[in-house]
Design a protein around this ligand. Structure first.
Ligand code: GTP
Ligand code: MG
Length: 195
């Protein structure tokens, strides 16, 4: 396993709109994607076995923009997931607006955004919207293909190829929080080589 950049992390706060934390000068690394794709699980995996105990208390139900302070030095930002199956249309729209707001008008300038895409599902309309938004807003970003433990090697390669075609030049990392595959690589892609 690669040496990881995140050695500790603790929950700071959840925000749903304007807040000083968005522009407090501490670097942010944000995780965006549809509900249930595994964003919180990835953050947990990156943080490893440390004191960040309860990311995504209820799996598949993050509704606020959750800030975790890692290494007492930078934020891991867990964005709410778009399209939670049991949410009303109004709630879904509210969450979508919150994600778009964070990436456009909130004042936040994340050092890197990880767009998390379920490898079994591939790029959805929402993912495509995020992709063009990230490009348009000039956010540095990578694509994490999550849950590859559910795919064969052949399916994984095909998925990478499909996403590559739509996002040329963007780092794509196939990973699994369940097996740990690709987590070290994702860590390197998001934070740069660890020292
Ligand atoms: N097979 C498999 N399942 C996973 C993996 N990562 C997460 N899951 C499962 O997927 C579900 C959703 O995981 P979360 O990490 O809560 O997803 P999320 O993207 O944070 O969801 P929201 O908070 O709704 O945005 C949970 O039941 C996890 O156990 C993985 O690598 N492999
Ligand atoms: Mg979550």
């Amino acid at each position: 396993m690669n040496k990881m950049n995140v050695t500790s992390a603790r929950f700071v706060k959840g925000v749903v709109g304007e807040d000083d934390i968005l522009t407090d000068g501490i670097s942010q690394y944000a995780f965006v994607g549809r509900s249930n794709v595994g964003k919180s699980s990835i953050i947990n995996s990156l943080a490893g076995a440390n004191d960040m105990a309860r990311v995504g208390k209820k799996p598949g139900k993050t509704t606020e923009i959750n800030f975790f302070l890692a290494n007492d030095a930078f934020y891991l930002v867990d964005l709410p997931g778009y399209g939670f199956a049991k949410a009303s249309l109004a709630t879904r729209e509210k969450i979508r607006a919150l994600i778009v707001w964070y990436l456009t008008e909130s004042g936040a300038r994340p050092a890197c955004v990880a767009l998390v895409v379920d490898s079994k599902v591939g790029l959805t309309d929402f993912d495509r919207e995020m992709l063009s938004l990230l490009i348009h807003e000039h956010h540095p970003f990578v694509i994490a293909l999550s849950k590859v433990d559910r795919l064969t090697q052949k399916e994984t390669s095909a998925c990478i190829k499909d996403v590559e075609a739509l996002a040329p030049g963007v780092p794509i990392i196939a990973c699994s929080s369940q097996t740990g595959r690709g987590i070290g690589q994702l860590d390197g892609a998001i934070f740069g080589p660890s020292s």
